[in-house]
Ligand binder design. Sequence first.
Ligand SMILES: Nc1nc2c(ncn2[C@@H]2O[C@H](COP(=O)(O)OP(=O)(O)OP(=O)(O)O)[C@@H](O)[C@H]2O)c(=O)[nH]1
Length: 310
Amino acid sequence: MNKTELNQNKQLPSKKERHKLFGSVEPGPRTKPMEKDQMADLQNSKKDFLFDIDMVGISSVKHPIRIPSTMTPEIQTTIGTFSFGSSIAQGSKGTNMSRFTEQLDKYHNEGFAVDIATLKQFTEELAGRLKQTDAEVEVTFPWFFERKGPYSGLAGMNHADATIRVEYDKETGHDVTVTLTGKITTLCPCSKEISEYSAHNQRGNVTMSVKLTDDFKEQEIDWKAALLEAAESNASARIHPVLKRPDEKMVTEQAYENPRFVEDIVRLVAADLYEYSFVEAFTVKCRNEESIHLHDAVATLSYDKKQEAE
Ligand SMILES: Nc1nc2c(ncn2[C@@H]2O[C@H](COP(=O)(O)OP(=O)(O)OP(=O)(O)O)[C@@H](O)[C@H]2O)c(=O)[nH]1
């Protein structure tokens, strides 16, 4: 049916009348000031409010961002989910929440590229804007990378979830923690050992949280690619978007040749992270979505190289 054939004979009241019909009323008398400088400023009242607050801020802020990548595609725009915060002292009632998104918009207008150097600058500036001595920002985003079939070379797009967390303190400077969750294939060593043929396998989720060394330079190392490699190179097999039969045969056989428990994965990934010179401390988690159970298999391992040095 085209527009001219539509039946639009119903006589509707005006939009204002319709709103009245559904309960809208005339505005009441306005007694409170409209000018900002005459408004009460509860957030900035000073009294003894009983306790310091470790962190107050906003979370679940979605925003378009640009991220750097050494893997194809090298330039990508994605969606970041941010949280921002700072501490406040016992003598202050509250923070000024509008300043978080105000600063986000300022960076957006300047072409916000979400890299570690920019986020360090962001947190320091945020602390100043809030008139606090500390601030933190965390952003999580899907990072995309091209993956080719091992035989056919046919490409498609995979992704991993990445998080950057920057904490700034005027006294101690910046602390940066990055997290990546990559997906892998694991084939059960027990099943392979005990069965006449075949072995069950599963999709593993490897989450690596890494505290970066103070001298880390993102121009020299793409931490996302390095963490992905730590997860995938220790898996039974990598995960691919496009597999033709010769690719599928290779991936299947490779998995059979490299069986892994969740315990094997966290220890092998830990060994790679231990060898990365830009890693100060780390936690590795593996969660296997079991194909012969409804439950998952999980393992976690943490290590701090600084403690070893002490
Ligand atoms: N502190 C605080 N603010 C809240 C809370 N819930 C909402 N708000 C925010 O209060 C904000 C407005 O307060 P401010 O940011 O202090 O606004 P302002 O005082 O006009 O801003 P400045 O000129 O920067 O001081 C709005 O952005 C609301 O989102 C809350 O639980 N605590």
